[in-house]
Design a binder for this molecule. Structure first.
Ligand SMILES: Nc1ncnc2c1ncn2[C@@H]1O[C@H](COP(=O)(O)OP(=O)(O)OP(=O)(O)O)[C@@H](O)[C@H]1O
Ligand SMILES: [Mg+2]
Length: 263
């Protein structure tokens, strides 16, 4: 008798998630698991609820008083909606990258250190030298160091291409040491070359991070993810290994979508 295989560690576990914007129900009984250390993509037509799910995992949705939510979301085994959870702690574990790069109107150096400075303990002393090392490490990791090392004090909002800005927005998450990166169409504002460059970077980051990436681009989902979740009209239709889902989808809706029959 073989022992049962050890379960794959789960980064994000969503159970019975329902969500309403006012009276409009956007999510219906969402159940899904995002495995640790790999890239999971989330695909589906516009309006199917992809961004809404990401916003639930980061608890951005609750800023709006009209949002009502039911169900449970665990991040690394912890219920993130439990009353004792502090948002700052959650945001330390979960970093978000948005569709349009949104560098702050500060120097490149201050952008990379921004989150780290916010999340520090009040009594934590970090020397300029340590900050410089953190910034270099993060910029090296996103392959931006050689490009910007001589102009770290320049404003990040001028003189960087969109691709470079998006890499910077990924870099500034890294000193905070999140376990999970959520990415909402991180390449959709980029040209094809920038898209490939940022995709390659995201690919390099897997292993160190668990990544949940929304994409409209099915070729990107196939190239850049190991697991894939297909959503339609607020429901999970199918989740599985990306190759399997694209080659032999188990649901007719998935087959219709990947063959381009809608949206
Ligand atoms: N703040 C809001 N108030 C009301 N309805 C909203 C709000 N945000 C999203 N919705 C609606 O909820 C549904 C899901 O939206 P969501 O943005 O999650 O979709 P999406 O899959 O990310 O779409 P896209 O691919 O266009 O980004 C849509 O019908 C949308 O119109
Ligand atoms: Mg969206």
């Amino acid at each position: 008798m073989h022992p049962p295989p050890s379960p794959v560690p789960i980064a994000i576990h969503i159970q019975h998630l329902n969500l309403w914007y006012g009276t409009f129900q956007a999510l219906f009984d969402i159940n899904l698991q995002v495995k640790q250390g790999i890239i999971t993509s989330m695909i589906g037509p516009s309006g199917c609820g992809k961004s809404t799910i990401l916003r639930c995992v980061d608890r951005i949705n609750e800023r709006s008083g009209t949002v009502r939510r039911e169900g449970r979301i665990e991040v690394l085994g912890h219920d993130i909606y439990a009353p004792e959870v502090e948002l700052a702690q959650l945001r330390k574990r979960v970093g978000m990258v948005f569709q349009r790069p949104n560098p702050l109107p500060l120097s490149i150096f201050d952008n990379v250190l921004f989150g780290h400075r916010i999340h520090r303990q009040p009594d934590e002393r970090v020397s300029r030298q340590e900050e410089a090392e953190l910034a270099e490490m993060a910029l090296q990791k996103v392959l931006l160091w050689d490009k910007v090392k001589d102009r770290l004090q320049q404003k990040a909002t001028v003189g960087l291409s969109l691709e470079e800005q998006q890499k910077l927005c990924i870099a500034r998450l890294l000193p905070v040491k999140p376990a999970i990166l959520l990415m909402d169409e991180p390449c959709s504002a980029l040209d094809p070359q920038g898209t490939l460059a940022v995709e390659e970077l995201i690919w390099e980051l897997r292993g160190d991070y668990s990544i949940l990436m929304v994409t409209h681009n099915m070729a990107q989902a196939r190239r850049a993810s190991e697991e894939c979740i297909f959503l339609l009209m607020g429901r999970v239709i199918e989740q599985g290994p990306t190759d399997r889902l694209f080659l032999t989808p188990s649901q007719p809706e998935t087959a219709n979508y990947i063959e381009g029959r809608y949206g």
